[in-house]
Design a protein around this ligand. Sequence first.
Ligand SMILES: *Cc1c(COP(=O)(O)O)cnc(C)c1O
Length: 395
Amino acid sequence: MRKVETDLIHEGEQYNDTRAVTPPIYQTATYLAGGTMEEQLSDATGTKSPYFYHRHGNPTNSQLGEIVAKLEKSEDALLLATGMAAISTAVLATVVAGDHVIVQKAHYAAAQVFFREFLPAYGIEVTHVDQTNIAEFEGAIQKNTKLIYLETPSNPNLEITDLEAVAQLARKNQIFTIVDNTFASPINQTPLDFGIDAVIHSATKYLGGHSDLTAGAICGSKEFIHKAWRRSLLLGASLSPMDSWLLLRGLKTLSLRIKQINENALTLATWLEGKQGIQKVTYVGLPSHPQHALASKQMRGFTGMLSIELAGEDEQKAYANAQRLLEKLDIFANAVSLGGVESLITHPASLWNSTQQPGTPSKPAFPLGLLRISVGIEHIDDLKADLQQALESIQ
Ligand SMILES: *Cc1c(COP(=O)(O)O)cnc(C)c1O
């Protein structure tokens, strides 16, 4: 079988029917009708069509679908405008009013709001469980449970869900499973290997890799992707031709980028652990991570996502230290998002404490001294030196 590195460059080339080595950007909303009336009708309704109307498909999106499906070892994949479009479309293709969904306590912030506010408002019941405790998933199953939705490693706590255990439980109870695989990337983790039914990605992150586009992907069986595609026609979050082309370009280097990012992050996390001024380093690749063994079982690499908790006599001091560190850093840029070639750092408590539960000011979900880091592909010596000078300046 052809390897991932090759698929990233060559899969789905049949969708480029020009003689250009790099496919053109199909910057068009609509396509000339071809063939008989029957053929036109099947273009519109039969399947994902690359040549009908943009909401139905685009040749670059079709090529991307082939590549991303290969990456996730799924039959098919659908590309959409954002990761949130992938999440909402995939979930709304699975459940209707009266159904019940099991989700984790820790999720990407907007997904969290989708599960806490949007689904219940449309008559879909949601139970939030501790992702590290398989008994909680089992205990939450009801007669009307249709979906278990997972995220591992989760944002920003970097907790791991046992994919195989949840998949087995779900299959036994005929419940569909979806995993947000954004943090891991398909280079490091392929949830379908463990019996999971479908995967979603914010392709804005590692898949795109250059912080220059937003996109989302849904991967699964042909049947599920067809259902999701039909939902996407109504929800309407189509991936634009330009972003589609940028994503195709970004994907070519995915395996190279992830190799370097994995290496940089492991080196950095190991170096940061025990450093003065830092109370705690959380990285799934460190033996000190409470779920390191599980991570090692289901992941091939440990990603570029890590977090540090700054020391301080109290929360306020830790908060002040975190703010000062953000100001002093030069290479690590204070910005949301992740998975790009550049290293980014964010302060979760400022951004996301309001989206979490318990989200009370007296007991915040995220410690005030916590910083989340997305490690990029800069030289490791420069990354270390930047953190070193910033840490020294807050002592
Ligand atoms: C960013 C992100 C999303 C949402 O993706 P967008 O492209 O921003 O809509 C979903 N899940 C995770 C884990 C993310 O990091």
